[in-house]
Design a protein around this ligand. Structure first.
Ligand code: AMP
Ligand code: ZN
Length: 122
């Protein structure tokens, strides 16, 4: 399968891996949007959030729990951080293997695209 993140899992492409276990791996994003910006991905290939099956819910829960563990490992669990799943074109998904972004290390703006909105949402 021609999937960038499967290639990272299979060690065919290098990545700066910060955590791994039997079910997920996490590595630093190549284009960081915060002092720490990592991606948590399942070893199982799932293309988008829309493709999560009943049998995958524990795995996705494990991804979310792993975000908390990594935040603690990096020392910003108490100050806070953001987690994001982008889905499909309007969500800004560019890699079609689900991944949980974890961003931390500074106060993050909200809403995230406020500065670039040219017209009111409604
Ligand atoms: P998304 O836009 O939500 O699909 O996120 C994909 C993320 O993968 C982006 O933040 C990219 O910067 C990141 N990315 C793409 N290629 C690599 C790579 N080889 N290693 C690490 N991160 C990557
Ligand atoms: Zn994949």
């Amino acid at each position: 399968m021609d999937c960038l993140f499967c290639k990272i899992i299979n060690k065919e492409i290098p990545a700066d891996i910060i955590y791994e276990d039997d079910h997920v791996i996490a590595f630093n994003d190549i284009n960081p949007q915060a002092p720490t910006h990592a991606l948590i991905i399942p070893r199982k290939h799932i293309s988008t959030l829309n493709d999560i099956k009943d049998e995958d819910t524990a795995l996705v829960g494990h991804m979310i729990q792993t975000a908390g563990k990594i935040a603690k490992q990096l020392g910003f669990d108490e100050t806070g951080y953001r987690t994001v799943f982008n889905c499909n074109e309007h969500g800004g998904q560019t890699v079609y293997h689900i991944h949980l972004h974890i961003l931390g290390g500074k106060p993050l703006g909200w809403p995230p695209y406020q500065e670039t909105l040219k017209t009111p949402i409604n």
